[in-house]
Design a protein around this ligand. Sequence first.
Ligand SMILES: Cc1ncc(COP(=O)(O)O)c(C=O)c1O
Length: 395
Amino acid sequence: MAVRPVALKKSQATSDTDSHLFDTHPEIRLEFRHVREALKQGYTKPFLLVDTEIVRNKVRRFKGAMPRVHPHYAVKANPDPRVLKVLIEEGAGFEIASIAELDILLELGVPAQEVCYSNPMKSRDYIRYAAEKGVEWFVLDSLEELRKIVSIKPDAKLYVRIEAPNVGSDWPLAGKFGMKAQEVDAIIAEAVGLKADLAGVTFHVGSQCRNPENWRVGIQSAKRVFRKMRLAGLDPRLLNIGGGYPVRHVKPIPSIEKIAEVVNHALRDVPQTVRVMAEPGRYFVSDAGFFVCRVVGTATRSGKRWMYWDAGVFGGVIETTEGLRYDVLTDRTGKLVPWNIAGPTCDSVDVCMRDELFPEDLQEGDFIYIANAGAYTTAYASNFNGFPLPDVRVI
Ligand SMILES: Cc1ncc(COP(=O)(O)O)c(C=O)c1O
């Protein structure tokens, strides 16, 4: 008979002080009985079980909380066409990082005009291809990228990515992209000189952002850039408040409704002529999925317990390497002891977690159930070392 799974680190204490912001609304999760049902069909390799009705409900909840904000799903979070179809049905737009993502959307009948190309660094070939297919909106965060896009598509609608604080985001994105306020002046001047249609501003507060203030600061900064654009004779009409909306793992989160209070307030004086959009990825798909993998074997070396799963850093469990912690369930009830958790490949970077508490009686063949893992798991997985890609099974 199956033992009820043990939830580890359920309500880990945090140093967050604004406790009134956290866990104010019930968060959804795919019911565990569906995982049991799925396993009755057998197990040959790791899989993500997704309930697309949860995706549907998350889109509706997002729109209900922020009626002014049009969501463009970040395809990178989970590009499974069955997930994308539900998002299309719910009227979402899309944000892409590459032309492969564009092709999936076009295949599903998404109009190219509904797609924003939000990767700040694009090859000439990719820009040309997207432009030929009808994509109109392209992001940039450097003079070089501005000139590159305009040289290929002079009538592109452009939006500039600016820096925003990533404080309190469990997967920060700051540093690689985003212009400083003082650098934007040069972009505006260059756009005017090139007669380019610099028409919007975007920012990203970092993924799994547990600090709504980041959005307030980002929107204030964007409004300052808008004023500069208008003064320079440009016509700003897109405010893209990016992704970052969090889901419940082990730490408390501000609900989308709490984030909406901040966002809606900050948007009050944004003219109706400005289209406001967001790029949620994780928020729409994480809660909809359980990731299931299995213990390949255990080893004890120098007094340290190691556990090797059949999906590690290369097999979908990569976000743990930057400190993100999932709610992991198992069928074991033994005392919690520190384990190092690694993937099955021969690469030494394939270590997901060190000294994490798991039941001491876990052993070869046991299943591992990772809750709320619908985003950035299967999307990251590779065939490295010849291990198979995880399946996506849809309920
Ligand atoms: C440009 C851009 N937009 C949106 C997202 C989605 O972010 P999230 O999944 O945190 O909502 C990302 C994630 O990396 C991104 O790079």
